[in-house]
Design a protein around this ligand. Sequence first.
Ligand code: PMV
Length: 337
Amino acid sequence: MTVATAAAGTNIALVKYWGKRDETLNLPATGSLSLTLDRLGTRTRVAFDGGARGHDRVTLDGAPADAKVAQRVSAFLDRVRARAGISTRASVVTDNSVPTASGLASSASGFAALALAATRAAGLELSPTQLSELARLGSGSAARSIFGGFVEMERGARADGADAVAHALDAAGAPIWEVRLVVAITAAGAKAIGSTAAMQQTARTSPFYPAWVAGVDGDLTAARAAVAGRDLAALGAVAERSALRMHASALAAEPGILYWNPATVAAIARVRALREGPAPIAAFFTIDAGPHVKVLCAAADADRVAAALAGVPGVLRTLIAAPGPGARLVETTETAA
Ligand code: PMV
């Protein structure tokens, strides 16, 4: 029996994914573009050892996973089993390097690490592109965490999803663009509404959803050029408008979806003030399906940006993340079955 352990970093989208063109295969309505991080990751160990009492045994951060999480992991493992032609239940031990109860737990790094560990434990060797396609079935954003640094996810056109995969934007071995994402945590606990339900509600009811979708291709073109040209101001401008337009589409849903809290708004104001102050700092915000604010800046400015955000009323803590590698195998061991 093979026991495989994989690690993956989470990623933050600078051009957001918000809406699906197919719910079963988790196919995105648009492409997206993200940065994979060195912090806020997941490490997952998988062994097809029979599980426990005929079920997969899923341990999350040291405790048995709740039923919803365990079900989602099992459904994902079913796809891996089908592909490998096995039916054995598995034991999955997964740990997130995320501050406890921060509300930052991410399905992106989780399903990227699970895709790699589970396929190796099942005896499969998938290419990064195949892993990206598989990870997407667990969570749309997970397809991006298979790759490191700046990553673009393709919308794809095929009905089977084979072309709805991610790829790294920088050539292998290219110098890393030393940007940072400063994360300002503004609340403890889980988010109000999960991304899948919120996307559905937005797509079904928001009059702004078609406008949101129509704008993404232009944002992708601009973001791609900004990454290639290492143009922080251009990338930051795209990131801010993408986040604001994504949230605008959700706000206009019925009922409206509001992820922000007062500290979210105060942090946005502080970022704008940093840019406009007497000693301007190039800092740009983005916000996902939650109240936290993530700020893109140059490595040299990260400490000052973090200090400014830490002083915003309602910001509980800050952390600084750098570009990180894609999903990787940490260990495989062979044991007697
Ligand atoms: O991967 P999901 O289904 O959790 O969706 C992610 C949605 C956002 O984080 C809000 C945007 C993105 O592109 O990551």
